[in-house]
Design a binder for this molecule. Structure first.
Ligand SMILES: Nc1ncnc2c1ncn2[C@@H]1O[C@H](COP(=O)(O)OP(=O)(O)OP(=O)(O)O)[C@@H](O)[C@H]1O
Length: 424
């Protein structure tokens, strides 16, 4: 094993046997008693990746692509058909919610059982039980049997234990989808903290926003193989394009039929994105309803600018959750090939948070753009100060810079030429 790796996965393959149903009625069961036929389902067809100490990896992919299977193989809940997994250090996991809990025992007793499964001694658990209970925010329910807990409470308890067992590697499966938004944000901050201390994290999630908040690298699994791997910002747009194409194909037939009866309406505004568009992620407590770029000089919507023009980004939103009074807003400009140009938000800029109305508009007026010729995209996001995403829209607007000069690079650096005679 290479010294800086803590996980090495080599040509991992996994097949399951899926047995045909023998039927439910007594007659069927007797008739098909000897029916032991099964089919072999290959879920992983040879995946390889390494993870370094302190790295956080997000596994993404459509339903049934094998993300959870990969995580279970890493956790040795199941074993590979072939291939190799090498891991260095103590592993803690949040894979099956409440799997390690005994329903009739209290929260407190379950902390002892669960933490001891992860390898802590009673003395070690005694020393940290207060921290675990405090993090779970379940003080008043600690002596109730966990069968009386909601799934959100299970998650709080499981998470509080998993992050307090001094693991070197933490495996998390979609579990953070359970629980309220503020607790989720608290968990993410905790994950960032423990990652900062060198803990390696592998997380399975359908929430690309969650992966971006915590992960250095995304691995996209498709048809049992790694389809793409790299920085979340680079892989996620490819994944979202793929997903929207797939959805498009499955809806194509239906649409073709519908086309016969209705003529499609002309699209008024390119930047209005339908509900559940794969370009949008977040919990949608605040929803982006419209985005456009305005040419400051003409006050008209525009998508083509000259290097010295002034642009204004206008974003309309709708507040769906009236309990949210304030939030943060940010934008991020990328060149069309993904090159990161500039991003900031109200927190970084230390300006006031957005005072939300039921519907509202935010404008960002840019100075001279100073970008050189090319195509650019802007991502925008509403989030809270803990990083919880209300609505992040990838590629919210696209624009083109036309340049009549021959400067090279990505942006103009303002400068002055001074020519003097050299003093003797
Ligand atoms: N024990 C099992 N026996 C048979 N088939 C299984 C078993 N476990 C998983 N599978 C199958 O393997 C495939 C991959 O499952 P897995 O849970 O890894 O997918 P996933 O990518 O995590 O999906 P999701 O996003 O829906 O959670 C699925 O088709 C699933 O039905």
């Amino acid at each position: 094993m290479q010294s800086d790796n803590v996980i090495e996965v080599k040509d991992l393959k996994k097949k399951f046997k899926v047995y045909y149903d023998k039927g439910n009625s007594l007659k069927e069961k007797i008739l098909f008693k000897s029916r032991n036929k099964y089919e072999e389902r290959w879920v992983l067809n040879g995946i390889s990746f390494n993870v370094k100490k302190g790295e956080a990896i997000g596994l993404i992919g459509h339903n049934g692509c094998g993300k959870s299977t990969t995580l279970k193989l890493l956790n040795r809940i199941i074993y590979p058909t072939s291939g190799e997994i090498k891991m260095k250090g103590r592993v803690s996991s949040l894979i099956e919610l409440g799997a390690g809990f005994h329903p009739d025992m209290s929260g407190r007793e379950n902390i002892y059982i669960n933490a001891s499964i992860f390898g802590l001694t009673k003395k070690e658990i005694d020393e940290r039980i207060d921290d675990i209970i405090e993090f779970s925010e379940l003080e008043e329910f600690m002596d109730n049997p966990v069968r009386t807990y909601s799934s959100g409470m299970y998650m709080r308890l499981a998470f509080a234990v998993a992050i307090n067992v001094d693991a070197d590697i933490l495996l998390i499966d979609e579990i953070l989808a359970v629980g309220d938004a503020n607790f989720q944000a608290k968990c993410f901050n905790k994950l960032r903290e423990i990652k900062g201390k060198g803990v390696t994290i592998v997380i399975v999630s359908h929430s690309l926003g969650q992966v971006e908040q915590i992960c250095d690298r995304t691995i996209w699994i498709d048809k049992g193989l790694i389809r793409e791997e790299g920085q979340p910002r680079k892989v996620h747009p490819l994944y979202m394009d793929y997903m929207s194409d797939t959805t498009l194909n499955s809806h194509q037939k239906k649409e073709e039929e519908e086309e016969k009866t209705t003529e499609s309406e002309e699209v008024q505004n390119e930047n209005v994105v339908e509900e559940n568009s794969p370009r949008d992620i977040g919990n949608f407590d605040i929803k982006i309803t419209d985005v456009q770029l305005i040419d400051v000089k003409t006050r008209k919507p525009a998508t083509k600018f000259h290097i010295e023009d002034q642009m204004e980004l206008q974003v309309c939103y709708m507040r769906k959750n009236k309990n949210i009074k304030k939030c943060e807003f940010g934008f991020h400009i990328f060149r069309s090939d993904g090159l990161d140009y500039y991003g900031t938000n109200t927190l970084i800029d230390k300006v006031n948070s957005v005072e939300l109305k039921d519907t509202g508009k935010i404008s960002v007026v840019f100075g001279a753009i100073y970008l050189l010729q090319g195509e650019y995209k802007i991502d925008i996001a509403f989030h809270n100060d803990l990083g919880l995403t209300y609505n992040h829209r990838y590629n919210a607007v696209e624009f083109e810079i036309k340049n009549y000069y021959d400067e090279v690079g990505i942006a103009r650096v303002t400068h002055e030429w001074i020519f003097n005679e050299k003093e003797k």
